[in-house]
Ligand binder design. Sequence first.
Ligand code: ATP
Ligand code: BTN
Length: 321
Amino acid sequence: MKDHSIKLGILHLLAQGGFHSGEQLGEQFGVSRAAISKHVKGIQQWGVDIFSVQGKGYQLARPMQLLNQALLSKQLTTPVQLIPIIDSTNQYLLERIDSLESGAVCIAEYQAKGRGRRGREWVSPFGANLYLSMFWRLDAGMAAAMGLSLVVGVAIVEALEALGLNGVKLKWPNDLYYQDRKLAGILVEMSGQAGAAANIVIGMGMNLAMAEDTQGITQPWASLTEVAQLQPFDRNQLAVTMIQTLHRALSDYEVYGMQGFVERWNRLDNYIGRPIKLIMGPREISGIAKGINEQGAVLLETERGIESFIGGEISLRAARL
Ligand code: ATP
Ligand code: BTN
């Protein structure tokens, strides 16, 4: 793996605030000013906005609170690995399934190949958001995994509400929305055989303070800073709360499954009572969203009555009737 220690060292200093001259940074890391300038360009390619002023040096355009391995480990009972620069936290755990215990977590500052459903890209700039994944061995097997992603979404929104962060909604099956814009996505991936226990990796990407001019996202998006308005939140603490929430949701799911779950989902459903369309390959069906049923299927009211739809290939979109 590439050694990113100088870039990360520079970021730790810049995150303290103020200007840092190329000369001072060069001395600190035992490299030339030209080498520092090259490293800064590399950091900018991770999506960090750094500007430089002649005679003063480099400064972050926005304050940044870095994740801290010691702080995370101290507060969590489950093993957590902070790998600042990674391809994808989901991929990292999937490649190590045989050596992991249920509840193991990987968290990153930047993903070079963050992914969403069906191979879509999850844009993952450095230090701005949360990118984390948890491994879970699910005795109920692969068929239970669909319900799992719904349950996790509800648990995360409820945890945000408990922190006083209100107004976040759910889009079936796996997105968190704020004011009709995507705030977070959940990706459940697995390996295992039908009938046997499933090895599940459940990943969450949540935008915390992403720069307005972030490139590469093809639909409206939101950041948690908007939800929080002026209420400050601590990035490490939020990561801890999200990991604990995931862990509890997965343990509860093993015991209770989807029991009593429909009402919890429907309260938070972003589209309930609104016109939507379901896209299934070449097929599109429009109607009014009616929440979900006990199996976790999305309900749609059409001229034929209320119909249910379930499966990983379905995409839900807002529609005008
Ligand atoms: P579907 O209902 O099919 O899942 P989706 O459009 O939400 O639809 P996903 O695969 O769930 O698609 O998510 C990936 C999409 O999310 C990408 O196509 C991109 O437009 C968007 N996206 C990528 N990165 C981010 C991000 N950091 N924040 C918000 N949205 C993002
Ligand atoms: C989606 O909306 O399609 C799901 C997006 C999931 C993104 C997270 S970020 C952490 C984990 N690692 C990945 O590569 N993807 C998930």
